[in-house]
Write a protein that binds this ligand. Structure first.
Ligand code: HEC
Length: 112
């Protein structure tokens, strides 16, 4: 058989499709053998691309970063905690180096 027929029987804006088409009860679309293979190849390509994305860059560049909802959790502010934070940001991890503007024209590029 060279052609296969797809029937679309359903509703459009709440009314059965047959009310629209009048003579035929359903909309029929003839699909040639070429069309069928084209659809199969297209579908296979889609699956291959999905697998390739999963195995390489992952979906995050497309979906965006994962995010948690913010909470209203707070921590007691103590001088000890402030000092520990200062130590981590300045001495431990070098956060300050990137997150503070420098005077790049002065020797040693001091923080502004
Ligand atoms: C090598 C330079 C560098 C260092 C060191 C660094 N950061 Fe960053 N940080 C960046 C840059 C660049 C961004 C902006 C990234 C972006 O927007 O994509 C950023 C962003 C952030 C943000 C904002 C994240 C957000 O979601 O907007 C926070 C908070 C932060 N850094 C905290 C820290 C802390 C805490 C440390 C030390 C543990 C630190 N950074 C060390 C370069 C640095």
């Amino acid at each position: 058989m060279l052609t296969s027929v797809i029937r679309f029987c359903g509703q459009h804006e709440g009314k059965p499709v047959s009310c629209y088409s009048g003579s035929t009860p359903c909309t029929e679309i003839e699909m040639t053998r070429f069309g069928k293979w084209f659809a199969i190849i297209l579908l296979s390509l889609g699956v291959l691309v999905a697998i390739a994305i999963s195995l390489t860059i992952g979906w995050r560049p497309i979906l965006g970063p994962r995010a948690r909802a913010l909470t209203n959790r707070t921590f007691e502010r103590t001088p000890q905690r402030l000092e520990r934070g200062r130590y981590i940001a300045t001495a431990m991890s070098g956060c300050i180096y990137c997150h503070t503007p420098h005077n790049w024209s002065a020797p040693n590029a001091p923080y502004v």
